[in-house]
Design a protein around this ligand. Sequence first.
Ligand code: FAD
Length: 437
Amino acid sequence: MKHVTVVGAGLAGSEAAWQIAGRGIKVKLYEMRPVKMTPAHRGGQFAELVCSNSLRSAALTNAVGVLKEEMRRLDSIVMKAADRHAVPAGGALAVDRESFSEEITQTLSRHPNIEIYHEEITELPEGPAVIATGPLTSKALSEKLRALTGEEYLYFYDAAAPIVEKDSIDMEKVFVQSRYDKGEAAYINCPMTEEEFDRFYEALIQAETAPLKDFEKEIFFEGCMPVEVLAKRGKKTLLFGPMKPVGLTDPRTGKQPFAVVQLRQDNSAGTLYNIVGFQTHLKWGPQKEVIRMIPGLENAEIVRYGVMHRNTFINSPKLLLPTYQFRKNDQLFFAGQMTGVEGYVESAASGLIAGINAARLVKGEEPVVPPQTTAIGSLAHYITHTDPKHFQPMNANFGLFEALPKRIRNKKERAEKYAERALDSIEEFRKQVTVSS
Ligand code: FAD
């Protein structure tokens, strides 16, 4: 029987390799790190989380919570590792990034059906193959992909938030609390008065940013907009965005502060915290000055500065089928961020479906498409049915789901209904794709 080549052992490629190998098909998994690094990854482990350590909401009233639950039921390696290496994060599922990636690397390395090669792929492999080289696909392969697709790549920026050492935070000035006291108290909150906020705001909008590269066009994805770009839209954008104080009460005053900067635990030891929503393109010197204006962070030790990167994705509505197959060559699959799904969980989810289908192709079975009543199916539907002229990457959200038969006005009830229907549908889908022994 043929093997499947998987290119890229990020979130999507790791999940795809696991799904294929689990179906008894041999996999050749190519990952260029650590031989060749991307501008954002730090090491050679698989499924590295390049920015936040959060896989976002754990709640089933949130579409990404539903997506995670669906993936658990489809035997996702990413979800298994995430659940095992979770760290406290209120209503979210956040992980210890090191042990999370370590587990995925070890599990795939030991799998009898997987052979691993640490090398850069510079030519498109013969099919069957899954291309999952992510938003930072190496230049040589990007050029080959561009030639293959015949389409212009779309470029835009993503941004990473800074990480600070907990020990360097002045705990006298901050308080530990989760918004609306949801889950256990998990966030460190730096409260600001109006005067402090105004001073901070002025410094943020004046601070110098790193220069942009010529080939990158200025298209920002709203979900990962640099904090200084948000700030330039006006004070309220921050006060209703990353610095919103709602649901938080400073125990020292008994009141809601004027503005709040939140920090979330970044490793299981609890020694590192990232500044939530503060992805930034500021130069490192000015970045440090601005961060140190935040009450409690006057002496913050920054272990990783916020940075910005190129993001590459293909025009999936024109190029892909909902099975994640390339329209012009059904032996070729795409998965991950480069298909225009946005986010760690979404990338892994697309790898899961591409992997199932690559294995089915080798076995002579029909590829499958999860129904649009599920989160995982709604993403596949979105990236292949949107107007190609206005295609933008997208996180999981209930807006992508097939509409409910009856309109429900109450938001929570509506979300519950979506979730209930999704989990029923995924059970049906699971039966269809379960590996027969
Ligand atoms: P990746 O995880 O990047 O995996 C692709 C892999 O392919 C990499 O390991 C790479 O080394 C390898 N590779 C590339 N080219 C080649 C080649 N030619 N040959 C062999 N191997 C190759 N999402 C979130 O949900 N939360 C965040 O906080 C977040 N922050 C982000 C910050 C940045 C800077 C970027 C760029 C993206 C961020 N994203 C975030 C978006 C997205 O979820 C991640 O990029 C995610 O890792 C995408 O998964 P993937 O599998 O598609 O790509």
